[in-house]
Design a protein around this ligand. Structure first.
Ligand code: ASP
Length: 706
């Protein structure tokens, strides 16, 4: 057997000069210098330049080498040689040595590649390629090739290192790694369940876990005291750019502890994980209450890398003559603003009035905004004449105004509208004005969340989940107004405006847990049906306990600073929750459904989603993978009607029209019949030539998903 002698490319260095050895890997790149053939051989450890020289290698070896192409899998024997001065390649770590080949085995050939894999230029100073220009779905369809790229491999290795760091650290603190079931009952985390039909129990379903919440609490009742798991969780949620239907979370739970124990533990762990990526975080992490976060940043995931905190100026205008403010305040409203320090040059009157006041702020849900620019010791704006000098003076004080500053205020009868619009504006301005420093990481604990949120139907729902302990226990479970004033013992760990995870101290008292279910409007029967087994466990001496879960895909992505979480997952779903590699999700055969006892479900023969939808709106929604909400159906109905009219018009005029050009791949699996065409113009960019906006060499098109 050949391979036991194999050494890794990336481990060789000058000390190996003169050694004869065996290397194996893939042809990363090649260069033919008239008979002298240079190849970058890549394995999982790095790249080594191997050289086929007619003076060293036998003629048949050189001949076979001439037919090598990118990504052929080969093994070679040869001798390590120091490179001549001036021919070193700093692009690769082994750039000062070569291996002069004497024997070659082609282990497997490769077809022409769908995209370039090589990331390392063969010559010093030459530009190296990246995957930035390759369509993501193509990368995902050929993920095994994409993973050969060193940057992707490095991401997965770093992910592994971070996971190892988690395991070692938690082990050192007495936590035990335990697996909980994947085929299970529904766990309430606010999303829809993925269901798995049971063949043995026809028409019964398992739910894939949205989290191991119930099991980890049962482990505490089971006396394990400290548990963790790098758990795969599943949530059927609407599509969002940085979400995956299945994801990995670090789930942990401990007994006989309080919030401080968890803050300490998780801070120490987070510091260690970020250190794997060379990032230093300082402890203790700051803490902010939910109320303060909303009050000053308009978000429960505050991005603290920059200022632009809100300042409340409601009281400044309590006797104002400015009628818009007066009316808003009479309706119980509030006024908040931000001072964008020293930015008046970039925020001209025109930008403030025509872009922000007319377009941007209304798109954030507020009716309008008020702006003022500080110039020559005065506040200037289109409405400054409506304010008294006292009001203007007070504004200057509150906002600490200096010349060159710009104030923006939003007033509305609704606190939620003010904070939400100003919060979005805060982020918009920070991005536009480049106020977010690079390579800065600002962790923060958000605490004291409301225990419940109001639902549109006039009821309440848990903000976190129903097992979270409230701040007090003497509430009336039927009094919704009172319930909405309760705070929870929950906490979120937020970094740079993203939630990395969260958890809570749990309810360990059975009566209190029952009271919470009552507050949530569950009847005794419903509670028993859904959580009977869980509540029963609390009848046997449940210890006080609490825990948390961190989204590991998101955490790793932040540590490695990748543009999306898909870059740190080996085989992710795309933005439409589909897998371009395997084609999942896919329809199943009727036989399979029959075997699972699903064909007669609900008296229906054909299940929704398993065959063509009868209802056209459902079908459009399914084909386009866009959920259509009940209130959107009327508009969709109208749109379909119009497109029918258009289609019949076109058919009447031109009968056998050519199919329209499409930039989608030719193999369009979502629509039967009719060969789609790919326009040659899509390759050259000409297809977008009539787009109204360009910026540099790019066409600006509507931002749909990300
Ligand atoms: N189960 C929660 C979640 O997945 C985390 C926790 O409360 O520990 O968000």
């Amino acid at each position: 057997m050949l391979f036991p002698q194999r050494v890794f490319c990336g481990q060789l260095n000058q000390n190996d000069v003169g050694k004869r050895l065996l290397l194996a890997g893939w042809v990363d790149a090649y260069r033919d210098h008239g008979g002298l053939l240079f190849i970058h051989l890549r394995d999982r450890s790095g790249i080594m330049q191997i050289v086929f020289s007619p003076e060293i290698a036998p003629a048949d070896v050189c001949q076979r080498a001439a037919s090598l192409r990118a990504e052929y899998c080969i093994a070679v024997r040869g001798e390590v040689k120091k490179r001549l001065e001036g021919t070193e390649n700093p692009n690769i770590e082994t750039g000062n040595i070569d291996v002069m080949v004497t024997a070659l085995i082609v282990l497997a050939e490769s077809d022409a590649l769908p995209f370039a894999i090589s990331e390392k230029a063969m010559v010093a100073g030459a530009a190296s390629a990246g995957a930035d220009s390759v369509a993501e779905d193509l990368r995902l369809e050929y993920r095994y090739l994409d993973l050969r790229r060193p940057s992707m491999r490095d991401n997965l290795v770093s992910r592994h290192r971070i996971f190892q760091c988690v395991r070692e650290f938690l082990d050192s603190k007495g936590f035990v790694e335990i697996e909980t079931p994947v085929l299970t009952m529904s766990t309430p985390e606010g999303a829809r369940d993925y269901l798995v039909p049971s063949r043995v129990h026809p028409q019964n379903f398992y739910a894939l876990p949205q989290s191991p919440q119930l099991f980890k609490q049962l482990l505490m009742i089971g006396g394990i005291e400290r548990y963790f798991q790098l758990a795969r969780c599943f949530r059927d949620e609407d599509l969002r750019p940085n979400r995956q239907p299945e994801f990995t979370q670090l789930d942990l739970e401990a007994s006989f502890i309080d919030e401080e124990f968890l803050y300490n533990l998780v801070e120490e762990l987070t510091v260690r994980m970020f250190a794997v990526g060379g990032i230093t975080l300082t402890r203790p992490f700051p803490r902010i209450t939910y109320a303060e976060a909303m009050d000053t940043t308009g978000s429960d995931r505050p991005d603290l890398r920059f200022g632009l905190r809100f300042i409340d100026v409601t009281d400044v205008f309590s006797n104002t003559n400015y009628s818009i403010f007066r009316q808003i305040l009479q309706r119980g409203g509030c006024i908040k603003g931000i001072n964008i320090k020293g930015q008046s040059e970039k925020l001209s009157k025109n930008v403030l009035q025509n872009e922000y006041a007319k377009e941007i702020v209304p798109s954030f849900g507020a009716k309008g905004m008020t702006w003022m620019r500080a110039e020559n010791g005065k506040l200037e704006s289109n409405i400054v004449q409506f304010f008294s000098s006292q009001e203007l003076e007070e504004l200057r004080k509150r906002f600490g105004v200096a010349d060159g500053d710009v104030l923006i205020m939003i007033a509305d009868p609704s606190y939620a509208v003010v904070t939400s619009a100003l919060g979005q504006l805060r982020l918009h301005l920070a991005n536009r004005l480049g106020l977010i420093p690079a390579d800065t990481f600002c962790p923060v604990w958000v605490t004291e969340f409301p225990l419940f949120e109001a639902t549109e139907e006039g009821g309440i729902t848990s903000s976190h989940h129903p097992f979270t302990a409230p701040d007090r226990t003497d509430f009336d479970p039927k009094n919704i107004e009172e319930l909405l004033t309760l705070r929870s013992r929950a906490y979120d760990l937020v970094m740079n405006g993203e939630e990395l995870g969260g958890g809570s101290i749990r309810i360990s008292d059975r009566e209190l847990q029952r009271k919470i279910f009552t507050a949530l409007g569950l009847s005794e029967e419903e509670t028993k049906e859904k959580f009977g087994f869980f509540l029963r466990a609390f009848d046997f001496g449940a210890p006080p306990h609490g825990g948390l879960a961190l989204g590991m895909d998101r955490t790793v992505s932040m540590i490695l600073q990748t543009p999306s979480i898909r870059e740190v997952i080996a085989f992710p779903k795309n933005r439409s929750a589909a897998c371009p590699l395997t084609g999942a999700p896919s329809t199943v055969k009727r036989e399979q459904l029959a075997e699972l006892g699903l064909l007669n479900l609900g008296g229906q023969d054909v299940l929704p989603g398993t065959a063509e939808k009868k209802d056209r709106i459902d079908r459009v929604s399914w084909v386009s993978r866009i959920g259509i909400a009940a209130e959107e159906r009327a508009v969709m109905q109208e749109t379909l009607k119009q497109s029918d009219e258009l289609a019949s018009l076109a058919a009447g005029k031109a009968g056998n029209e050519e199919p329209a050009y499409s930039v989608a791949p030719v193999a369009n699996r979502t629509r039967p019949g009719g060969a789609a065409k790919r326009s040659p113009l899509s390759e050259t960019g000409q297809l977008l030539r009539s787009t109204p906006y360009t910026k540099g060499n790019y066409y600006k098109v509507t931002n749909i998903l990300e």
